[in-house]
Design a protein. Structure first.
Length: 280
């Protein structure tokens, strides 16, 4: 168990949650730096929580009983934390504080965990996959907007749609690596249409056969971005929506091959410009 001092400060001078966010999710971490200073630590906590939920999936997507069960147990442990259990973890205390203060809706956090469980169980079709993206990657940005004080449901959904699109864009950029890591966050009906299956994907597949799936991801991501842009976001929501800027750039790239996994200067400048102008 970490000491109170260790919880406040990580090895980089950031909080422990800030350290986790920076290492595990540099895109969201970078976007969170444009939030008001008082809200950044909340965002770090939520990004770190999301990282822990994703860790439950890595390497557990086998058809054997032990693999999915191990992930389910880990997700259940985090579900209990969200519901108030005092399980010790460097992320759990600040997360419980956010919930106790009423600054983040418990249901949003449970929705993130539901999305991870759905992935473990297998996303049968595109509707199930869309739901997982909305509540998973979308739920992370929604939670950050909630912590920023946003209450309007239409605006929260618009933020979530940009977050979901960011998740799709990230999957498009890192698809090969995600599949090699044991995850399969793809709809089974789309896999079947491409002549693939979850088992086949996990055993390795010729990247050329993933072309139709990349095209599908790009189409779905663009649809999410379009849905999110039908609502004008208030100032309080714009920082939480910044990953949508990266989503636009990721989804505009060639969907026929995996993108560069290292962010370029252009991506960071696009986020900076959006933060300065409010055009997210």
């Amino acid at each position: 168990m970490t000491s109170e001092t260790d919880q406040r400060t990580g090895t980089s001078g950031l909080s422990v949650c800030g350290d986790i966010a920076r290492r595990s999710d540099p895109d969201r971490f970078f976007c969170s730096l444009f939030l008001p200073a008082a809200l950044r630590e909340d965002a770090f906590t939520l990004i770190a929580f999301n990282h822990e939920s994703v860790r439950a999936l890595t390497g557990t997507q086998s058809r054997s009983v032990a693999g999915p069960l191990a992930g389910m147990i880990r997700l259940q442990w985090w579900r209990e934390i969200v519901e108030g259990a005092p399980h010790p973890h460097e992320v759990s205390a600040p997360l419980r504080d956010l919930i106790a203060q009423g600054r983040v809706d418990r249901r949003t956090l449970l929705g993130i965990l539901d999305a991870r469980e759905a992935e473990l169980e297998g996303l049968a079709d595109r509707d199930a996959w869309r739901e997982a993206m909305w509540h998973g990657a979308g739920g992370v940005q929604r939670a950050i907007a909630e912590a920023a004080g946003l209450q309007d449901e239409d605006a929260l959904r618009a933020v979530a749609s940009r977050g979901a699109a960011f998740g799709v864009g990230g999957l498009l950029r890192h698809l090969d690596a995600v599949l090699r890591g044991g995850r399969c966050p793809l709809p089974e009906d789309a896999l079947n249409a491409a002549g693939l299956s979850r088992d086949a994907i996990q055993n390795g597949v010729d990247p050329a056969r993933l072309g139709p799936l990349r095209t599908l991801l790009r189409q779905e991501g663009l649809a999410l971005l379009h849905a999110g842009r039908t609502v004008t976001l208030p100032r309080a929501a714009r920082g939480a929506a910044l990953p949508g800027v990266l989503a636009r750039r990721d989804l505009a790239r060639d969907a026929g091959a995996e993108g560069d996994t290292v962010r370029g200067v252009g991506d960071r400048l696009a986020v900076l410009w959006a933060a300065l102008t409010g055009r997210v």
